[in-house]
Design a protein around this ligand. Sequence first.
Ligand code: MG
Ligand code: MG
Length: 263
Amino acid sequence: MFHRIKLKSEADIALIRESSLLVGKTLAEVAKAIRPGVPLIHLDKIAEEFIRDHKAVPSFKGYNGFPAALCLSVNDVVVHGIPSTTMLEDGDIVSVDCGVYKNGFHGDYAYTFAVGEISEEKRLLVKRTKESLYLGIKAAKAGNTIGDIGYAVQHYVESFGYGVVRELCGHGIGRNMHEKPDIPNYGISGKGEPLKLGMVFCIEPMITQGSRRIYMEADQWTIRTQDRLPAAHFEHQIALTKEGTEVLSTYEYIEEVLGKNVI
Ligand code: MG
Ligand code: MG
């Protein structure tokens, strides 16, 4: 069967791992600055400087005209929020999505942070969205299908009455930030493209507390929930190798910064 999925060599994967590691360290720098009163553009500046200091380029900046290094999505913004002078407030949740381009390959992943004290409802949404990502990763192995990943995410979060955004999904990644295949966060076990050794892709559940319905704002980027209830977003980057499923991205540096505040 003909398809356009670019399988990666071990050498490719080593370079992607390096790009991915830089994303993790960048997100940790951002994590240090997250607190009530910080303007979103300040976080973006920290990220861009850190990426460039490490001889890499922010993948998002200029991508289809996106104006910043980070996507910063607060509360009911699901993804693709543009950093502005708006300040974070106590009780917000903010998804920080970061991409870097280094040595010809992209890293891309995301983490949702709590700002100050958040409600129990938000805490559970964040915790369960992160858990759904790990369930998706567990289903992502050679021999399974893309539908197995989506099923694992969807089955878990819908059991809490949450919504799974359908319009956006995970994606292959490599020399391009978005490659085939699409990795939806919903699906049917055993259906869809078979997962093969050499595939490298991002799994990124975008989970809403209420309805899964979203809309795009007039800026042509910001994706918001229609019911204005919050959404959470986590993303990891994985490779299917002979040794098994490798998570190339890491939350280790971020969670070192967060310490006992890890959700
Ligand atoms: Mg992505
Ligand atoms: Mg991303």
